[in-house]
Design a binder for this molecule. Structure first.
Ligand SMILES: [Zn+2]
Length: 464
């Protein structure tokens, strides 16, 4: 396998292939097959997303994949933003359809006409829904598994509120959801407010979670948008307030996608392969038997496995007899399993287990009585190690710039910026770094690195 530090891009491609997460040989370009191991990881990401949405009072819904041209044309700015990327369904059998239908690129145009039917009065508010579905965007740039696809797994929350202030509270809730989710994902990130020219089509402003990748570039993994009344005025989403007056709702959205998985692979993996955070690992503990004539290795392994499963741990025994234990160690390290238990003659005779943690060096032994506690601790230790690594990724790859010239280096930079496009264009021209906007998570004030006017701490990077 390629060394990760030497050629990150090549490493990423190789690891996806060998770990069997997805298959890109499907004949429709930009649409991959989710293989069982990749899908299990994605389902665990979705499960965490569902859990925290429920905690924050956002209800799951499921909308149809098709949107009529009329629904889409209601909001011109929004349509314009996606027009070049829409897939159209124009025929049914041999007949031309009366109304052209688009595959959803996102679901504002599907959900908001229904919001205008569902929302009647202030007691119906706030209205908070989300769905997890596939969306379709005809990407013209080079496609890449989990990072840029034409069909991809998408999470989208949509909310409606009595006024702008209540919608602002919702944006803060979204940040709370992200914070909780990232205790699981462990993705090093900075939250930035996108410059006006780069906000979501139809939004008043957009916040983005930019994850820092090991090659110094950034990957946008989540976005939160304040719509204000932009959509409610065009989709006619009104309610009557306490005095019986008709008012437009204020709206927000929150979006994430399978890029989260791509990000986790890129950030946590190493030269041996994948490393999954504990809660996203399809298998948390792999038990590898070391065959012997003199001891009941397979019985012992099976009993350990049962006990771990009973303790709520996703464990499995590699019982394949056509591979050596050494081969299996490498295989499961490549697959990113957090903890390995080796079971040989000595372990069985002494009633002990030997434990290896994927993210740490060395091995430890425990008595059988300690099994569940020892494994729970080992899994947590693995998580802590990944958290430390993710802090290190920020330290090593995000630098503070004092001159535009130094921003030519292959890192992500913080720099003070006045907010004017001329200045960020200058940075783009000299250092080939895009402006990701003013930092919300790492705020600060200083003089613009280009023109010297008053500015705010902002982020500049090459992006995925
Ligand atoms: Zn400036």
């Amino acid at each position: 396998m390629q060394a990760k530090k030497k050629d990150f891009s090549e490493w990423y491609n190789e690891i996806l292939e060998s770990a069997e997460l997805s298959d890109k040989r499907y004949p429709v370009k930009g649409m991959n097959i989710w293989l069982p191991y990749g899908l299990k990881a994605m389902n665990l990401i979705d499960a965490a997303t569902r859990r925290y949405n429920e905690e924050f009072g956002i209800d799951e819904v499921s909308f149809p994949v098709l949107i009529t041209r009329n629904q889409l044309e209601v909001e011109f700015e929004h349509l314009k933003g996606f027009e070049g990327q829409l897939y159209w369904v124009t025929r049914a059998g041999k007949d031309q359809l009366d109304v052209e239908l688009a595959l959803r690129p996102t679901s504002e145009a599907a959900i908001y006409p229904m919001f205008s039917l569902w929302i009647r009065n202030h007691a119906d508010l706030p209205k908070k829904v989300f769905q997890i579905c596939s969306v379709y965007r005809y990407e013209t740039k080079h496609t890449r598994s989990f990072l840029r696809m034409r069909e991809f797994r998408f999470y989208e929350a949509h909310t409606a509120h009595v006024n702008y202030e209540d919608a602002e509270k919702q944006i803060r809730d979204y940040m709370g959801i992200w914070k909780k989710l990232n205790e699981i994902f462990l993705i090093p990130n900075v939250i930035n407010r996108r410059p006006d020219w780069d906000k979501f089509p139809g939004a008043q402003y957009s916040l983005a979670v930019d994850s820092i990748m090991p090659d110094g570039r950034t990957l946008q993994v989540a976005t939160m948008h304040q719509y204000g009344e932009n959509f409610s005025r065009t989709y006619d989403i009104k309610y009557s307030d306490e005095n019986g007056e008709q008012r437009y709702v204020s709206q927000t959205t929150y979006g994430m996608s399978e890029r989260l998985l791509g990000g986790m692979i890129g950030i946590h993996g190493d030269d041996k392969g994948l490393i999954f955070p504990p809660e996203i690992a399809p298998i948390q503990v792999i038990i590898v038997p070391i065959p012997s004539e003199k001891a009941d290795i397979s019985g012992f392994s099976a009993r350990i496995n049962e006990r771990l499963k009973a303790a709520g741990i996703r464990s499995s025994v590699d019982t394949r007899d056509n591979y050596t234990p050494g081969w299996k160690y490498n295989y499961w390290e490549m697959k990113g399993v957090p903890v390995r238990i080796e079971v040989g003659e000595r372990e069985v005779n002494e009633g002990r287990i030997t434990v290896i943690i994927r993210s740490s060096k060395g091995r430890k032994t425990f008595t059988l009585a300690e099994l569940e506690t020892a494994i729970h601790h080992s899994i947590s230790e693995h998580g802590r190690k990944l958290f430390e690594n993710s802090e290190a990724v920020i330290r090593e790859n995000v630098k503070e710039a004092t001159t535009v010239e130094e921003m030519k280096q292959p890192f992500t930079f913080f720099a003070y910026w006045c907010g004017r496009r001329e200045c960020s264009d200058e940075i783009e021209r000299v250092a080939e770094k895009s402006c990701l906007g003013v930092s919300v998570s790492h705020p600060g004030k200083g003089k613009c690195i280009v023109c010297g006017a008053d500015g705010e701490r902002s982020m500049f990077s090459r992006t995925y």
